[in-house]
Design a binder for this molecule. Structure first.
Ligand code: 6R9
Length: 712
């Protein structure tokens, strides 16, 4: 049932796999678009008015010059940056080495570096009293400042706790934490000792936690009794307890007391209280000198197949590019207060809450709550209270807040803001304009930052003082990145402007420093997914348009990944979860457009014959029947929540007599996307679906249309 569209199997030569792959890409995001009449916004004059720090990059010319340098001589460019921005235990002998054919690329061989020293120690020495972390609790009005001096002490103590329980360089540690400073302490304590952390987003279910722990073989998991989000309590320890029933590698479970309100069961010999352990530990812990290519962390993300990919990031290259991108893209200056509202469970949290800002010695906000708690003014209340200068959030949050109206924004003093960032999914021009005009008061630079878990740091973005913006476009490449548009059917690069196709990045030796190095335990899958699809390029999985001015417009995934509120969800991951439900014979999951979440999941389910519930409410349907259908659907949605996590709950679930398939048995997802999205109503519109001649049963389509509309 699973489709391995982007993972050509071992026996197929790359060129052949490439052709097959190219021919199978089936996405509306590859259809041509035009952007001829878009408004253009110059960098805000206020950035140069004198009362705020002058931008690092002051003009387009300055950007172009640096960009050209970064492309022509990447090793020279990044080596210079590496000695400017990082502290090396021993300076590297080389910059980029190796290549993409085998994925043996490396950066900064011969050097020694510790990520924690770069993010903590050197600032604790230089600016000990500077605030490293502002923790904004779920409850408004409750916040805490943690200085660099204190950060070093907390991190060192925790590192000693890890040591005292036998953890050594190279061991894996799972982190399943709410948004509290201790989540960052845990990451940094791992980095200090050369332990490889694997943060699992606290919204994942017990099954998902178990699978990730088992895939990475973590020895220790660190969690909290409970988490708090939007006034609601989340029983993290309970989820971990359930996951740990089937995780043979876990020896210890360290529990941070966040609420203390719940009498959690403790497993003797396995569970330990964070506060008790830390109390015993000494606040001095020598950092482990690491090779720049030593793994810093593993982070799971969804791909085209059901099994999540554990991407591995390096130490040196990752630290360098997160720090440099943070500096230039958010135009960071030492007096700034920077607030990224993401969660550390995602790459955005790793790179732009923890490592990027702290490596630059910045003050970074750790935000525990949600944008709408206690009301839709929460972000702006934070901006006013902490005098935030750069705010970084996702289009889904921006669209949600826009719906609540301007008053929640305008009643706050937002004069501290200079840069407003967006990440996670394409931002629609209306949301962009609102972000610019209302929270930004037309005085802030909007940076729509495009990147991925795989790229480690932002790869396309405007720079605040240098690049004019267009609402909805991530504009131009960051240093070291060479985007190209590829024709999906021929696999050839499309030159020139005003073109649409698959977005890829041209590979030159070494690529860029923060690229993921492999997929844990599956290097072949790594090469096949990213480098063997289009030879000589890194394949992003997104469709994009390059407009007449050379600006990029990323349109969305062209593979089997659905982006719901910026969360990457694999269709086949949800489909394989569905198969575990006793009533399901077969299912297909597609992404449909949604005003707030960008995309939403629609699930089409074929029941096993023995489950004979009526598929659509009919005039004769009794009350009893309705309940039965609803119960079945509810249990399926519950099943997905349990197998993947609540964020993967489908918006729509349809019980259908069959799935539209080609005669060769391939599900025609294009049809399901259109029908599920409610676009198809009339017979004419069915005809407009295009060539249905390959369908095994064309009579099925009107039935699907009827079922979808009976629901709505
Ligand atoms: C950082 C992050 C990556 C996917 C990516 C793309 C989408 C992210 C975007 C964007 C358009 C932007 N995406 N930022 N699309 N414009 N500014 O989100 O990583 O969770 O791995 O998701 O998100 O589709 O391929 P990740």
């Amino acid at each position: 049932i699973q489709t391995h569209r982007l993972n050509p199997s071992a026996s197929i030569p790359a060129s052949q796999a490439q052709a097959a792959q190219a021919a199978e890409l089936d996405s509306d995001f590859l259809e041509p678009v035009h952007h001829d009449l878009d408004p253009v916004f110059k960098p805000p004059e206020r950035l140069f008015a004198g009362d705020v720090p002058v931008p690092h990059i002051k003009s387009r010319e300055e950007y172009v010059k640096l960009y050209q340098e970064s492309i022509k001589a990447p090793s020279v460019f990044w080596s210079k940056m590496a000695s400017e921005l990082l502290e090396w235990e021993r300076p590297p002998k080389f910059a980029a080495q190796g290549g993409y054919e085998d994925g043996d690329f490396s950066w900064f061989d011969g050097g020694l570096i510790n990520a924690c020293v770069n993010a903590v120690d050197r600032h604790a020495a230089a600016t000990p009293d500077k605030t490293a972390i502002i923790w904004e609790s779920d409850e408004p009005g409750e916040h805490e400042h943690i200085s660099y001096r204190r950060l070093l002490i907390e991190v060192s103590k925790l590192a000693n706790v890890f040591k005292s329980h036998g953890l050594r360089k190279g061991d894996h540690v799972a982190i399943y934490m709410p948004m509290v400073p201790e989540a960052l302490y845990a990451m940094l304590a791992c980095a200090r000792l050369g332990l490889v952390h694997c943060v699992v987003f606290a919204g994942f279910s017990a099954d998902a936690v178990r699978d990730r722990i088992n895939d990475c073989g973590a020895k220790l998991v660190i969690t909290a009794d409970q988490g708090k989000r939007g006034g609601k309590v989340i029983n993290l320890k309970r989820t971990v307890d359930q996951a740990l029933l089937e995780t043979p590698t876990i020896e210890k479970c360290l529990v941070f007391r966040r609420t203390g309100e719940f009498n959690i069961p403790f497993h003797k010999g396995r569970d330990l209280w964070y506060h008790e352990e830390v109390e015993k530990a000494r606040p001095v812990c020598p950092p482990e000198p690491m090779h720049p290519e030593d793994p810093l962390f593993i982070l799971y993300t969804s791909g085209s197949t059901g099994k999540p990919k554990g991407l591995i990031h390096s130490t040196g290259g990752y630290m360098l590019q997160t720090a440099s991108s943070f500096k230039y893209i958010f135009d960071y200056h030492p007096s700034d207060i920077y607030g990224c509202m993401a969660d550390v469970g995602w790459i955005t949290g790793h790179s732009y809450i923890c490592y990027g800002p702290l490596t630059m010695g910045a003050t970074t906000v750790v935000f525990e709550s949600i944008p709408t708690y206690p009301d839709a003014g929460r972000f702006w209340d934070c901006v006013q209270t902490h005098k935030i200068t750069q705010l970084y959030t996702a289009p889904t949050a921006i669209r949600t807040l826009k719906k609540f109206g301007d008053e929640f924004v305008t009643k706050h003093d937002l004069s501290s803001l200079r840069v407003l960032g967006s990440v996670g999914e394409p931002i629609n021009p209306e949301a962009w304009q609102w972000y610019h005009q209302v929270p930004g008061r037309s005085q802030c630079a909007i940076v729509d930052t495009y990147w991925q878990t795989e790229t480690g740091s932002i790869i396309m973005t405007p720079l605040p003082g240098a690049i004019a913006t267009k609402p909805g476009s991530c504009t131009v490449p960051f240093f070291g990145i060479e985007p190209v548009i590829i024709d999906a059917t021929t696999g050839a690069e499309i030159k020139g402007n005003d073109v649409t196709g698959v977005l890829a990045l041209r590979m030159h030796p070494g690529g860029w420093p923060s690229m993921a190095r492999t997929i844990l335990g599956d290097h072949k899958r790594f090469l096949d997914t990213y480098f063997n699809v289009y030879k000589g390029y890194y394949f992003t999985g997104d469709g994009a348009h390059r407009d007449k001015d050379g600006y990029y417009w990323v349109r969305g995934r062209v593979d089997d990944v659905i982006n719901v509120s910026g969360h990457r969800i694999s269709t086949s991951e949800v489909e394989s979860a569905m198969i575990g439900h006793p009533a399901v014979a077969e299912s297909a999951v597609v992404g449909i457009p949604d005003d707030v979440t960008g995309q939403a999941l629609a699930v089409f389910v074929v029941l096993k014959p023995e489950f004979d519930v009526p598929l659509a409410p009919s005039p004769e349907a009794t009350h009893h029947h309705h309940i039965k259908v609803d119960d079945v659907k509810k249990s399926m949605i519950q099943h997905i929540r349990q197998a993947v996590g609540p964020f993967a709950a489908p918006k729509m679930l349809f019980l259908v007599p069959d799935l539209p398939k080609t005669r060769s048995g391939k599900i025609m997802r294009r049809i399901l996307r259109k029908v599920g999205g409610g676009e198809v109503k009339s017979e004419e519109q069915i005809k407009e679906l295009g060539d249905l001649s390959t369908l095994a049963d064309p009579g099925l389509i009107p039935q699907l249309v009827e079922i979808v509309h009976a629901k709505a």
